[in-house]
Design a protein around this ligand. Sequence first.
Ligand code: THU
Length: 135
Amino acid sequence: MDAQAQAALVTAAMSAVGRAYAPYSGVHVGAALLDDAGRIHTGSNVESASYGLTVCAERTALVSAVAQGVRRFVAVAVASDRKQALMPCGACRQFLSEFGPAMRVLVVGPKGEYTEYGMDHLLPSAFCPDDLTNV
Ligand code: THU
């Protein structure tokens, strides 16, 4: 992934922050996935009055893209309206690894600056689809 693709992904994640539905936590999050054909798919967190039904931005983006027939991703950018960059939660790390075990993860700060992680760093020794068959 070149610097231009990274910049486009970060911009897409930051604009998805504005589409978050987060009246309960007040934490607005945006995610942007880069698929293996170079297309970007975005998502935002969507909360519910029944709090536990909340869906994080990363999983919203994934579910939306997969429902469009896209299943392979090379990178994701995650942005929020917090003063500090917000790390993907454990559930989202697992869900991201399902469709991109080698995905690059760009965690975006308030001014668009970002830190890049590998999925192997964020979710070492991951439970993966092969674990269901290699028994
Ligand atoms: N949130 C995300 O969208 N992604 C994460 O990885 C962590 C948390 C959302 C869920 C909830 O709407 C709000 O942030 C506060 O937890």
